[in-house]
Design a protein around this ligand. Structure first.
Ligand code: SF4
Length: 292
């Protein structure tokens, strides 16, 4: 058993190999729900060959509206050793992935580092996370990660408290993303594919335009000029939102346009989903697929 302070929850909880007593409930051995080529990321990440995406089960943030609720809340999946994870990376690379992307891996950061010590892919590695990270954990990862793909979900502490029990998210995530920007340095994109850099994602929530406008202002005001931002409209009601009726519908075009107008006014560069992207089919099948 091991006491854990990997994420900003800093539970200090005991974690066994398969189960833990902390907020995330996860053991130390990674559980993955899917590892496959994934085409639905930003074009510079997915390219034509796909991103070699490894989805981990469990989460240390736990947003009520999670679009991947079936894997973030239930610890369903295949348990893998660092050696097994290294083998999965090797296979995804062989299949032609442009990169290896670790999705929501914070609570397994130590095992992921061990896997990367066993096998370092020739293609870039991507850390795709909810943005709720400790700089100490990111520092340990930074020798192994080329591209950072964090969310910046909440800029208002009350909203972060309401939907994720994390009122410190706005400041903690901002500090984490600042570290990522320093670690990545100048972005490198070759033939339309990112090799190094940061893309900050923001999912616009219904009835929460004020939070989105505040998030874009923070990003524009406090991150390096030119930081790429991916504004996402794909929200679809999911997760555990029965106590939050305001989250029970998709975005309206008026809400989304207000957010995009703000991004334009602030001169934010990056990617913008079409509003028609809001659909359940953008959520992959978490069917325990792994490369054979
Ligand atoms: S990773 Fe899990 S056990 Fe560790 S500090 Fe975070 S929530 Fe607690």
């Amino acid at each position: 058993m091991k006491s854990c302070k990997l994420c900003p929850r800093m539970c200090g909880a005991q974690r066994g190999r398969l189960r833990g007593e902390g907020f995330c409930g996860c053991g130390t051995q990674p559980v993955i729900s899917r590892a496959a080529l994934h085409m639905w990321e930003e074009p510079v990440i997915s390219g034509s060959g796909g991103s070699g995406t490894i989805f981990f089960s469990g989460c240390c943030l736990g947003c009520v509206f999670c679009q991947n609720y079936s894997i973030s809340s239930e610890l369903r999946g295949r348990t893998v050793t660092p050696e097994g994870l290294a083998e999965i990376m090797r296979e995804l690379e062989k299949q032609g992935a442009h990169n290896i992307s670790f999705v929501t891996g914070t609570h397994y950061a130590e095992a992921i580092i061990r896997a990367l010590e066993i096998y370092r892919p020739q293609i870039p590695t991507v850390w795709n996370s909810g943005g709720y990270e400790r700089v100490e954990t990111l520092r340990a990862l930074s020798d192994y990660i080329d591209i950072w793909l964090p969310d910046y979900k909440f800029a208002l502490p009350a909203v972060a408290e309401k939907y994720a029990h994390a009122p410190d998210y706005p400041s903690v995530a901002l500090e984490a993303i600042q570290f990522m920007c320093d670690s990545a340095g100048e972005k490198v994109i070759e033939n339309g594919i990112m090799k190094r850099g940061v893309i900050v994602r923001h999912l616009v929530l219904p009835n929460n335009v004020r939070n989105s406008v505040a998030a874009l202002r923070k990003i524009s005001g406090e991150l390096p000029r030119g930081t790429l931002v991916s504004i996402m409209s794909q929200y679809t009601p999911a997760g555990s939102i029965s106590a939050f009726p305001e989250l029970g519908r998709r975005l309206t075009s008026a809400e989304y346009e207000k957010v995009l107008d703000t991004a334009d006014t602030l001169g934010i560069d990056g990617f913008r989903q079409e509003l028609s992207s809001a659909a359940e089919e953008y959520v992959p099948a978490f069917d325990l697929t792994v490369p054979e």
